[in-house]
Each structure stands twice: as C-alpha cells, then as structure tokens.
Design a binder for this molecule. Structure first.
Ligand SMILES: [Zn+2]
Length: 260
C-alpha cells in the first residue's frame, strides 16, 4: 500500500469496530491511510499490537490512560515484552486529565497524585525502552510540563491538542510535537495553534471512534477521515495541500520512527 496519510491516534481495537473492522481496514488501504492504534489499558494494548502485527500500515501504542482505568495501574512487567515489538511505536496514551464537567466536583488532590504516579511510571518506561510518549493531557498542562521537564530524554506527542500556540510552543521546546483532532474543522477556538506553530511540529489524528470531523460530525469516526483534518490544516495555514500532506507523513516518520 502506498501511504498518503497517517492518522497518528486511533482506537481500532475498540468494540465500536467489532462488526465491520475488516471493511474499515479495506477502506483505509484504498485511501492510502495508515494509523497508530492506541491502547488505553493492558487488554486494548495487546489487541493494538495484534492488529499492527497482522496489517500493513498499522502501528501500535501501548499504555494506560490517565483516568479511564483507575483500578488497573501500569506495571512494567506487563508491558515490557510488548514494548520490544518493532511495530510498537509509542507508549501511551498516558498523561494527566483534570477535566471535570460543569457542576461536578473538581478532581481531588488524591486523584491528581494517583495520575502523576501512573504518568511518571510510563515516562520512565518510555525512556528506558527508547519509544516516544503518546500523551493525553487535559486541563493539566502546567503539571504535565513540570513533570516532563525533569526528563530531558523524554520525547513524544501531545494528542488531541486544542490549547493555545503558547502552550504548544512550551512543549515543542521540550522536544514534543502536538496532534490536531477533528474539532479543528468546526471549533474556531482550537484553530489558533494550527496557524501559529511550525508545520514540522504537528500531526493530524482522528481519535477514532470519537470526535469525527466535519462533514461526518456526530457519526462514528474512522482513520480515513483524517484526510478532512489534513485539508483543514492546509486551509487554515493557507498552504498547499500536497506540501502539508507530505510534511505530515515526514513528521510521523520522525516522531514515531515509522518506516513509510
Ligand atoms: Zn485516544
């Protein structure tokens, strides 16, 4: 398959695709779309590696989500063998998530320190195994920055980036990239960073099955829709689509050491 696009963050192992995963993979091949499918706990990480092993154009990220699975902590011995797999190109999604919906209690100090502990374990793991981090940081950029600063060898990407270019630049200075999701196709307040950070420091992602871009909003998302996000990045920056498409492939090769 000649790869034209890569969606650097999807969840193809999720049950949302249980009924028609093969058809979806065929659509991806036809459109020249590859992806990094991301685990959020041990079971979905194992499944991500299995999918990557079976299919060209699919890579895996393994790790534990900051808040989806508080009863399943990250343990090095669970992930060590998986991390050595050549198609495992990142550790995560891991990070910090202090988001609390309006009207709900804010995240407690105890929960914050639990998340920090899990995060630090996975940063150290990523440095030890020489793989970049796939970061999930929500409403917690200051704490994440303070922690990552202590690990000069840590590298990787901030997934689902919707903060300002000022925040992006701080992490870029630490050696990280950011990836933009489908919300940039409709939410103006998320577009500023797309326009103002260097093109070689960004990626496009779908976070499938969540957060579909226009014109698929409200539907189940899938990696082929990353094409809409690449189009929007080119449009917002006023740059040639082909140039943006090629640079985003190059960025994925560099950040995740993907041979495409
Ligand atoms: Zn995700």
């Amino acid at each position: 398959m000649e790869m034209k696009f890569i969606d650097i963050h999807s969840h193809l192992s999720f049950a949302d695709y249980g009924g028609d995963r093969d058809a979806l993979l065929a659509r991806m091949r036809a459109a020249g779309v590859g992806t990094i499918t991301v685990g959020t706990d041990l079971a979905s990480s194992i499944e991500a590696v299995r999918l990557a092993e079976k299919h060209d154009g699919i890579w895996a990220s393994i790790g534990v989500h900051p808040k989806d699975n508080p009863s399943l902590p990250f343990a090095e011995h669970d992930f060590a063998e998986l991390a050595k797999h050549p198609k495992v190109v990142a550790i995560g999604e891991c990070g910090l998530d202090y988001f609390s919906p309006k009207g709900k209690e804010p995240v407690s100090e105890a929960e914050k320190s639990r998340q920090k502990k899990e995060f630090i374990k996975q940063i150290e793991f990523s440095v030890k195994y020489g793989k970049p981090l796939m970061l999930h940081i929500r409403d917690a950029h200051d704490d994440a920055y303070e922690i990552l600063k202590k690990y000069p060898k840590a590298r990787g990407n901030l997934h689902f980036f919707t903060a300002s270019s000022e925040v992006a630049k701080k992490f870029i200075d630490l050696g990280f990239t950011v990836s933009f999701p489908g919300v940039i196709t409709f939410a103006k307040e998320t577009q500023e960073a797309v326009k103002n950070i260097p093109l070689d420091k960004m990626h496009a992602e779908t976070d499938s099955p969540f957060a579909a871009p226009v014109p698929y909003r409200g539907k189940r998302n899938e990696p082929t829709y990353v094409i809409e996000i690449v189009k929007k990045i080119a449009e917002l920056r006023g740059e040639d689509f082909e140039k943006v498409r090629e640079q985003l492939l190059e960025n994925a090769r560099k950040t995740f050491t993907i041979g495409i």
